[in-house]
Design a binder for this molecule. Sequence first.
Ligand code: F3S
Length: 68
Amino acid sequence: MRIRVDPDKCQGHARCYALAPELFAIDDYGLSTVVGDGTVPPGLEGRARLAIDNCPEFAVQEVGATGD
Ligand code: F3S
């Protein structure tokens, strides 16, 4: 599983970071980016899905199997 943050949608709510600090970093502007290339380590898929479901801007997205 791989995730991304859409920089055009992220408004800095930081719920993703609160729910899964292993998977996200907050930049100097308060906006979120994924750690590394967004690949979710084994065992953290549930938290990744929580972050996807809890971003009010729908900015956290699962990257498709085709790598889009
Ligand atoms: Fe941004 Fe959503 Fe996280 S708005 S900081 S991706 S909760």
